[in-house]
Design a protein around this ligand. Structure first.
Ligand code: AHG
Ligand code: MN
Ligand code: MN
Length: 337
């Protein structure tokens, strides 16, 4: 049987299920090409001069690495000319990037975290790219980058596609177009993403959790209660032993959960309360929540389903709890107690 490349998979989705349009297919193909280019740059490491600091800060006041800047440029350049997009927004840019006037415009909006897991770049641990696709509302004002921000402020339920690339021992692309989750593996010789798993499912129960434990003293009571119960193991109220993993690249932690289940938390804590949380709604929380729900898992802030948040600003941050459904429901329930 012929290999099911990403292009072939998208064509079949388009033909058989009608879940995607020709433009969306093209958009996802272009994003996947950009991820391949990022994967190649990452693979060069110290030989390509891509490691280390860029010497600048992003809009969030975080120091940018060279690869944050390079990945952002690769995604912008790959996507701006194709006629499938109205605008793009990135974690690394203050304002939306409009499609230049010399290029045709399309009906979609693309948001991305070009390089997730920046602290792991220089230590050769898995990093990734996260993206989300929305439809541009009819009549949206795209006359200036400032005006264009409004078009992006849609709840996660409005996403038409989301995905991530994880640059690990293998480069994978994990994608949903609202019809389950498919996993593609980069065949480096062919330069193609090839379907390696369809209909990925996150088990409802788990014995594995991911959280930055060093923040324990800053957490709210419900999360502290839940983590203490897990740490208490078999003798505790949950009656089973749990294991802990924390890569500190959301893509890698979420991909482990996508593969074998688990719960991931970057909850509200006193250090990040004034910002609203640590992770970004448009570039991290929403696309991951869409993927996780499509794989049978759940995603909340502890108090609300992530996908139902109506954003009030592009760079909004939120608490994130996602993964195996029964565990997410349990800790979300603790917030209501
Ligand atoms: P980014 O590299 O895009 O800024 O994202 C980093 C995020 C996320 O990937 C990860 O889960 C979390 O920050 C790690 O935070 P800590 O350093 O606090 O563990
Ligand atoms: Mn990130
Ligand atoms: Mn990033």
């Amino acid at each position: 049987m012929a290999q099911r490349t990403l292009a072939r998979y998208l064509t079949e989705e388009q033909r058989d299920k009608g879940v995607i349009t020709g433009d969306l297919k093209f958009l996802i193909e272009i994003v996947s090409r950009a991820c391949q280019a990022i994967s190649i740059a990452i693979g060069k490491g110290g030989l390509g001069g891509v490691l280390g600091e860029a010497g600048s800060d992003n809009v969030q006041g975080e120091a940018q690495k060279k690869l944050d800047v390079l990945s952002n440029e690769i995604l912008l350049e790959a996507n701006e000319w194709g006629g499938h997009l109205a605008a793009m927004a990135s974690e690394e840019m203050d304002l939306p990037h409009l499609v230049p006037n010399r290029f045709p415009k399309g009906e979609y909006l693309l948001t991305f975290d070009p390089l997730d897991g920046s602290s792991n770049i220089d230590v050769n641990v898995s990093i990734g790219t996260i993206f989300s696709v929305l439809k541009c509302p009819e009549g949206a004002d795209l006359s200036t980058p400032e005006a264009a921000e409004q078009a992006f402020l849609q709840p996660g339920t409005a996403q038409v596609a989301a995905g991530y690339a994880v640059y690990g021992p293998t480069t994978l692309l994990v994608l949903t177009v609202g019809d389950g989750v498919a996993v593609f593996t980069l065949d480096r010789e062919q330069g193609q993403f090839v379907l390696t798993q369809e209909n990925a499912q996150i088990p409802a129960d788990t014995k594995e959790f991911a959280i930055n434990m060093s923040n324990r003293r800053f957490w709210e009571a419900p999360v502290r209660r839940y983590v203490d119960e897990m740490v208490a193991g078999r003798e505790g109220p949950l009656g089973k032993d749990y294991n802990m993993r924390w890569v500190a690249s959301m893509v890698a932690d979420v991909h482990r959960i996508m593969t074998r289940g688990g719960i991931f938390m970057y909850p509200m804590d006193e250090k990040v309360r004034d910002k609203g949380g640590k992770l970004r709604l448009m570039y991290e929380a929403n696309p991951m929540a869409f993927l996780v729900e499509q794989a049978g898992g759940a995603a909340t802030t502890g108090r609300q389903r992530i996908l139902e948040i109506t954003p009030d600003k592009l760079h909004q941050r939120v608490p994130v709890i996602l993964g195996s459904k029964n565990e997410v429901d349990r800790v979300t329930g603790y917030h209501a107690d």
